[in-house]
Design a protein around this ligand. Structure first.
Ligand SMILES: [Zn+2]
Length: 471
C-alpha cells in the first residue's frame, strides 16, 4: 500500500514536506521552510529560540511532531530521548529555501538526494552564511553550541547527487528525476514507481522560461508512466495567464538601460541564472561592466564550474567585484578577513570600491539588493535607474519594505522600473501540464488556493495537513 502525508506546502506557498510510504520504505519529497506559517508567529526580531533545541519549531507547528526524523542533539536539548532515524531518504527538488532549508533539523543519517547543480547552490549559500539553526542544510554543529566547541568541525550530511537519466533505487522504490525549468538551475520533478503505480511530483516549474523543453521532457516522461497520483505545485493557479517571459524582461531592461547615462542598479535573485544571463548580456551590449558582490561571486564561481550552464566566472573581464565599506549592513565586523567568503577573494584583480564606481557611473551596472541600499550613501548615484527584477510585494510586510525602498530611490533620484517574469506556471500552463500527464488523482500543494483546481479537474484531493492519503 502506498500513502502520502502532507506536512507542509498545505494552503501555503512553499514549505513542502511530503511523506511517501510504500511497504516499509519512507521518503520525504522536500523538507522546506514554510515562510507563511513562520511569518504567522515570527518576524525579524521575534525568532524561534535555538536555546530550546527543536522545541519552539515543534510547538508552533513549523515542523511536524513525528518520530525518527530529527537530529538527536536537538531532541535531547529539548528534553526528549534520542531516536533512531526512520526515513530512507529526502528527495530535494531544487535549492530554494522553501523546499530545502528545514533539512537543517533532520538526523544526519538520512541521505539527501538532489541534482548536481542544486548541491552547488547549497554550497554557495553555505559559504556566505553565518551558522544558523535554520540554515544547516549541508552540515551542522551539535547544540548546545558552547564557545569551546566552535573550532570543532561540523557534522556533514550524506548527499547523493543525480542528473536527468539517472534512476535511483531507494528501498522498494525506483525513482526517475527529470529536469524542469524553474527560476533556479538544477530543478527537478520526480517520477516515483511504487507498488501501486507511479506517483509524480512536479517540484516547482513553468513553461514560459528560457528552457520550456526541460519541463516538457518531464511532462512526457510523467505521462508515459500513467501515474496513479500527481502532486502538483499550484503557486499561481489564481493567475489566468502571464505574458511576461525572460525575453520581455530583456526587452524592457535593455530599453531602460539604453536611455540611461547614470548608474544602473539591477536587483534580482542571484540563484536565477537565466536572469543573470539576461542582465549580463544587456551590460555587454551597453558597454557596461557588471558589478557583483562577494556573495554573488560565491554563486557565480559554482555556476561557472558547471559547464552545462555556460556562464562567465567571477574573473571575467566584464565583471567587477564590489568591496563595500566596513560597518555597512552585514559587514559590521572590523576586518574583511573575518568573512571567509571575502577573505578568500581579497586578492582578486577585479575588485572595485564605491569611490571608483561613483567617479564613472555610466560605465557600470551594479547588482544591488534593497538590503544593501546603505551602500547608496557611498555610491551617490546621479541620473541613475533602479530595475526591480523580482516579484512585486504580495503581503503586508513586503509592502512596508517596498515603501521604504521607494523612499531611498526618491532620496537619490533613482528612476524605478519593474521587469520580472515568474518561476512558476500560471493557470493556463498548469492546466496544460496536468491534462497532458493525466493522473488518476491530483494533489495540489504549494498554493493558497488548492480548491481552485476543482474548477478544472474532477479528481482533486484538497489535502489536510498531517492526514494520510492512501493511493
Ligand atoms: Zn522554487
Amino acid at each position: 500500500m502506498t500513502s502520502l502525508t502532507f506536512y507542509g506546502g498545505v494552503n501555503e506557498i512553499g514549505g513542502n514536506k511530503i511523506l511517501l510510504e510504500d511497504q516499509g520504505t519512507k521518503i520525504f519529497l522536500d523538507f522546506g521552510m514554510g515562510f507563511g506559517i513562520r511569518g504567522k508567529f515570527f518576524e525579524e526580531f521575534l525568532t524561534p529560540r535555538t536555546a530550546n533545541g527543536i522545541g519552539d519549531f515543534l510547538e508552533m507547528g513549523l515542523i511536524p511532531d513525528i518520530v525518527g526524523v530529527y537530529r538527536n542533539d536537538l531532541l535531547t536539548h529539548y528534553g526528549r530521548p534520542p531516536e533512531e532515524p526512520d526515513i530512507d531518504a529526502v528527495l530535494l527538488s531544487h535549492a530554494h529555501a522553501d523546499h530545502a532549508n528545514y533539512i537543517s533539523f533532520l538526523n544526519e543519517n538520512i541521505p539527501i538526494y538532489c541534482g548536481e547543480t542544486a548541491k552547488l547552490i547549497l554550497e554557495a549559500v553555505e559559504e556566505q552564511s553565518k551558522r544558523d539553526i535554520e540554515n544547516e542544510v549541508l552540515n551542522f554543529k551539535r547544540r548546545p553550541l558552547f564557545r569551546k566547541d566552535y573550532k570543532k568541525p561540523p557534522i556533514e550530511r550524506v548527499f547523493k547527487t543525480f542528473r536527468t537519466g539517472d534512476k535511483l533505487k531507494i528501498g522498494n522504490l525506483e525513482i526517475e528525476p527529470v529536469h524542469v525549468d524553474h527560476s533556479v538551475p538544477g530543478a527537478y520533478g520526480f517520477i516515483i514507481h511504487t507498488s501501486d503505480g507511479s506517483v509524480v511530483y512536479t517540484g516547482d516549474l513553468r513553461l514560459h522560461g528560457n528552457n520550456p523543453q526541460m519541463t516538457l521532457d518531464f511532462v512526457e516522461k510523467a505521462k508515459e508512466s500513467k501515474p496513479v497520483a500527481m502532486i502538483t505545485e499550484g503557486t499561481r493557479i489564481d493567475i489566468k495567464e502571464d505574458k511576461s517571459t525572460e525575453q520581455t524582461v530583456y526587452n524592457t531592461a535593455k530599453s531602460i538601460i539604453g536611455n540611461t547615462n547614470g548608474l544602473v542598479i539591477a536587483d534580482f535573485n542571484f540563484k536565477d541564472v537565466d536572469r543573470f544571463r539576461t542582465f549580463y548580456k544587456i551590460a555587454r551590449e551597453s558597454d557596461r561592466k557588471v558589478v557583483i558582490s562577494f556573495k554573488h561571486a560565491c554563486f557565480l564561481e559554482r555556476y561557472a564550474s558547471d559547464k552545462k550552464l555556460s556562464v562567465p566566472n567571477s574573473d571575467d573581464e566584464n565583471i567587477m567585484l564590489f568591496k563595500p565599506k566596513l560597518g555597512t549592513g552585514t559587514y559590521d565586523d572590523d576586518d574583511y578577513s573575518n568573512y571567509r567568503f571575502i577573505k578568500n577573494r581579497l586578492h582578486y584583480q577585479n575588485i572595485v570600491t564605491a569611490d571608483e564606481l561613483r567617479e564613472n557611473q555610466s560605465a557600470y551596472m551594479i547588482v544591488l539588493n534593497f538590503w544593501y541600499f546603505n551602500n547608496l550613501i557611498d555610491l551617490k548615484p546621479e541620473n541613475g535607474v533602479y530595475i526591480h527584477s523580482l516579484s512585486e510585494p504580495f503581503n503586508e510586510e513586503m509592502e512596508i519594505s517596498y515603501e521604504r525602498m521607494k523612499n531611498w530611490l526618491d532620496h537619490f533620484n533613482l528612476e524605478f522600473y519593474q521587469a520580472h517574469c515568474s518561476g512558476h506556471a500560471p493557470r493556463s500552463e498548469l492546466i496544460k501540464i496536468i491534462r497532458e500527464i493525466n493522473p488518476k488523482k491530483l494533489f495540489p500543494v504549494h498554493t493558497e488556493h488548492p480548491e481552485m483546481f476543482k474548477e478544472f479537474f474532477d479528481n482533486v484531493d484538497v489535502v489536510e495537513k498531517g492526514r494520510e492519503y492512501e493511493i
